[in-house]
Design a protein around this ligand. Structure first.
Ligand code: FAD
Length: 348
């Protein structure tokens, strides 16, 4: 249907023709598409059987040079990406849900996609249900598996059961996906595979959006990897007792080049900020190595880390539930084990 897609210049406007059946709503930072959104591209690709060159469009919004760099990154992110749509406007600089949801609505009107996908992080969880409401469809959230274009797997009961759901509604089928279940695609080296980049026509964009106001954003400014994407996560629980002792966890994470995680009990007790919380009401992680110190293994915590490749648990209670999911368990006192690890592990 779509025919050959020519590489177009950035200044061209998006026409009403439909280039792809799936739209990925993507986040970008410092000129690159965020890994969560690249996982959404992988999910979108699996909807089209994996080889459909023209199946995926990526929507990016914001302003400034980093938007243009991110568009180039998206264009070469995967051979199945045929088009990158760029909404270049100051109003999308901050991740406010109202303008973004309206943007998704507008782009859907222009492109008639069969599916719209975003990662199930704070960005996607904020925008996609609003966009679904504007489009009068029901979103399917937290998808971990795609059986066919209308059949999806998602966890229920804090991850204790997996539910297969079939979408019977009208287009578009709106999904948020757990990025830990869909690998980040390898960057394409084939320049011919690069997608076209087009501007979204914002002339019909409704400006009546004064429901929320962006004030500021703070992010952790350290050298540690992002918790959601780290290959190694070192988590501490209530047993750490205070924020001073929590430095043991931070030092071990630093030594292993990993991110720091925490249980809700540790967050509620004020040992660490709540953006470090792992679990049902925190971040979902699936690193290569997850080390849990003084963590009991409540189901709400397991919901956020049980897909980790290797789980190591240290707890002084041999009956702690965390040992049921651990690949390696050590019954011991974390205040003895961590200093010993710090002493014996080589510098990363
Ligand atoms: P505890 O359960 O108190 O466990 C501490 C563990 O440390 C114990 O197993 C103990 O044996 C061990 N210990 C004590 N001293 C030492 C020592 N010196 N050395 C080694 N081990 C030691 N929790 C989350 O983590 N994430 C969530 O997202 C989350 N969401 C929730 C949502 C809801 C709706 C609800 C109701 C709860 C949620 N919780 C969540 C809370 C969860 O139920 C648990 O209360 C919490 O995970 C317990 O944290 P913890 O393991 O640090 O503490």
């Amino acid at each position: 249907i779509l025919g050959a897609i020519k590489k177009r210049s950035f200044s061209h406007s998006l026409s009403c023709s439909r280039h792809g059946s799936t739209l990925v709503v993507a986040e970008h930072e410092s000129g690159v598409v965020k890994p969560h959104s690249l996982s959404a591209v992988t999910a979108a690709t699996s909807l089209g059987g994996g080889n459909d060159k023209s199946s995926v469009s990526v929507l990016l919004a914001g302003s400034g040079p980093s938007l243009h760099q991110a568009a180039s990154h998206a264009a070469s992110s995967h051979p199945s990406v045929s088009q990158v749509l760029v909404a270049d406007s100051e109003r999308f600089k901050s991740p406010l849900a109202e303008p973004w949801a309206k943007l998704v609505h507008l782009v859907q009107q222009q492109g008639s996609y069969s599916h719209i996908i975003a990662a199930s992080n704070s960005f996607g969880k904020n925008i996609m249900p609003r966009a679904a409401a504007l489009l009068d469809v029901s979103p399917i959230t937290d998808v971990t598996g795609i059986s066919d274009p209308h059949t999806f797997v998602r966890p229920i009961y804090a991850g204790n059961a997996l539910c297969t759901v079939r979408y019977m509604g009208s287009n578009p089928c709106i999904l948020t996906i757990r990025s830990t279940s869909f690998p980040v695609p390898q960057k394409s080296n084939d320049s011919k595979a690069e997608a076209s980049i087009s501007k979204v026509n914002l002339s019909n964009f409704d400006e009546d959006l004064n429901k929320s106001r962006y004030i500021s954003q703070t992010s952790q400014d350290d050298e540690r990897p992002d918790l959601g994407n780290a290959r190694v996560v070192i988590t501490g629980g209530r047993a750490l007792k205070n924020s001073e002792n929590f430095k043991l966890i931070e030092n071990l994470a630093k030594k292993l080049g990993g991110a720091v995680g925490a249980t809700r009990a540790a967050v509620d007790a004020g040992f660490v900020p709540n953006d470090l919380q792992v679990g049902q009401t925190g971040k979902i992680v699936a690193p290569e190595l997850y080390m849990a110190f003084g963590v009991s293994g409540a189901i709400q915590h397991l919901a956020g880390m049980r897909d980790s490749k290797v789980i190591v648990a240290v707890n002084n209670d041999a009956d702690a539930p965390i040992f049921q999911v651990a690949d390696y368990g050590l019954v011991g006192d974390l205040f003895e084990v961590i200093p010993e690890l710090l002493e014996k592990l080589p510098e990363k």
